[in-house]
Write a protein of this length. Structure first.
Length: 477
């Protein structure tokens, strides 16, 4: 796996990885020409800049190309860059960033700088850094501390380098997982007190913030961008609609037309999966516990069944409930030879995979992320990603989806940085709906979509401001 054509290794997560090759290649493909830790190496950009630590600065040209490709498919964030480029709404912002480092987040970082911010950046994950992109950022003069395959110690060292530097008092944190926030609270409490705002991306990080807030230990304002509507729709409905087929095809080469599929759960994720499956001519069955979602499935022309009623006949089983043990060993005992079983929900408990680890069953690894579990009579079940989220392991994330997230993060930073004193207390907030609407509006021109405007009369009739927000907070879309 290590010797791939030079260019293939640089296509990770970007648009192109959708079309060529298997994505796991781009994740694990390594360009570690040597075993020297980047921390031991002295590197300089061509301009003599050396406040960074990346695998190999010479890869910068490849990374720059990746960033340029991502820019093409991230119209919202590029529009924000253009529109706010003159106002510099982040002038004076000193941002510590801790996110995945890939072509798409590079577009975010460079946008923040364009809007006036100073940044120092580390990776939120020891495996996900695109080394060539980190190199391109360093070459462009940004203090970036990240490489793929960091040790745990490197990981914290990198974040520390972003927090604690000469002539640097950060006033904003952009976090994905809460690690930069955590380190600052623990190690630099005085510095942390000077921070104006935290923007947190991940479920875990948001959870940590709510806990801090409950314990009365949150001394700054934080914004939870995990739950903004636009992001949620894209992460769940639209993204899964694209990735379910992609994941299954890459893993199994299955043909979908005429296949019988059981989808457990008809929430956002389930709905997205079903739209795609129906489009390819699958016969789709739904299992649901909620009568409202069950009725929605009926109205969408799907058969609502108890899993057990169809478990002997279906070709593919997909879980999307967020629940546990939705597919049990008993059900898997009944499945027919060759049934594909996978999970699109967040938790890896939906399929009771542990129940398959018994002496009577044989596991055969047939591919990366694909196992055959073989029953004593020779029956095989095709289990994907060992029941973990199949789309993470077997699919790529379109840049467009990340453009939505990146815009949301940028606008949350702008909002917190510019908020007049008193608007926010030391607590966790959701992105104001108006900002959420703005994120969506930034993406409309790329579809040549033309938004209608309220007349004065209509605005009065509806009791709305002509500039939004257009819906009450409880509206579900
Ligand atoms: N794979 C992905 O790309 C992806 C993306 C976003 C979220 N998720 C995860 O997917 C899961 C579902 O997300 P969602 O937004 O659709 O949530 P949701 O709450 O909208 O939908 C889940 C549905 O499952 C139903 N359900 C619960 N237990 C069930 C059971 N035992 N049998 C049948 N149906 C059952 C619920 O009634 C609900 O309608 C969550 O864990 C979420 O974190 C996955
Ligand atoms: C974050 O979003 C996910 C799904 O979009 C949701 O299930 C979860 O409750 C949110 N987390 C928090 C802590 O708000
Ligand atoms: C894959 O699943 C994760 C977690 O549920 C979600 O955040 C992401 O948007 C999904 N990606 C795609 C490409 O569907
Ligand atoms: C299951 O399918 C495989 C592949 O088609 C076949 O080789 C095997 O004999 C089948 N096993 C049973 C028990 O039907």
């Amino acid at each position: 796996m290590r010797s791939r054509p030079a260019d293939a290794g640089h296509r990770s997560r970007g648009l192109i990885s959708l079309f060529i090759g298997c994505v796991s290649a781009s994740y694990t493909d390594s360009d570690e020409e040597d075993d020297v830790s980047p921390r031991e190496k002295l590197q300089k950009s061509t301009k003599g800049f050396d406040d960074f630590c990346v695998r190999n600065i010479n890869q910068a040209p490849f990374g720059r190309r990746e960033i340029e490709i991502a820019e093409q498919e991230m119209p919202g964030i590029m529009a924000l860059r253009k529109r706010a480029g003159d106002d510099k709404p982040l002038k004076g912002a000193k941002i510590v960033g801790c996110t995945h480092i890939n072509a798409q987040t590079a577009v975010l970082l460079e946008t923040l700088v364009e809007l006036g911010a100073c940044v120092r950046w580390a990776a939120c994950n020891i495996y996900s850094t695109q080394n060539e992109v980190a190199a391109a950022l360093a070459e462009a003069g940004f203090p970036v501390f990240a490489w793929r395959g960091e040790t745990e110690e490197d990981f914290w060292w990198c974040i520390d380098k972003c927090v604690n530097a000469e002539n640097w008092q950060p006033n904003m944190i952009l976090d994905d997982g809460g690690d930069a926030t955590h380190l600052m609270i623990k190690k630099y409490p005085a510095m942390f007190k000077m921070v104006k705002g935290i923007v947190e991306e991940s479920v875990t990080g948001v959870h940590r913030l709510y806990q801090l807030s409950k314990a009365g230990k949150l001394t700054v304002t934080a914004m939870n961008v995990n739950d903004s509507v636009t992001k949620m729709k894209f992460d769940n409905l639209y993204s899964c609609r694209e990735s379910v087929i992609d994941s299954l095809k890459r893993a199994t080469d299955v043909m979908f037309g005429g296949k019988q599929v059981l989808v457990c759960g008809y929430g956002e994720v389930g709905k997205g999966c079903c739209q795609a499956l129906k489009g390819l001519g699958c016969v789709v069955f739904i299992s649901e516990i909620d009568p409202i979602c069950a009725l929605q499935a009926c109205m969408d022309g799907l058969r609502v069944v108890k899993a057990n009623e169809v478990i002997r006949q279906v070709d593919i089983v997909i879980t999307a409930t967020g629940n546990k043990n939705v597919i049990t060993r008993e059900m898997m005992d009944k499945m027919k030879n060759g049934t594909i079983v996978c999970n699109m929900g967040h938790s890896n408990t939906e399929i009771d995979v542990n129940s398959l680890r018994t002496p009577d069953l044989t596991w055969e690894k047939v591919r990366n992320q694909v196992d055959h579990v073989i029953w004593p009579d020779g029956k095989r079940i095709v289990l994907l990603a060992e029941g973990r989220l199949v789309n993470l392991s077997c699919s790529s994330i379109p840049s467009f989806v990340i453009s939505i997230t990146a815009c949301t993060q940028a606008l949350a930073l702008i909002e917190l940085f510019n908020a007049p004193p008193g608007r926010y207390k030391s607590d966790v907030y959701l992105l104001p709906k108006k900002m959420d609407e703005y994120v969506a509006s930034l993406h409309l021109p790329s579809f040549d979509a033309h938004l209608s405007e309220l007349t004065d009369e209509q605005a009065k009739y509806m009791g709305l401001n002509k500039a939004g927000p257009f819906k009450p907070n409880y509206y579900r879309y």
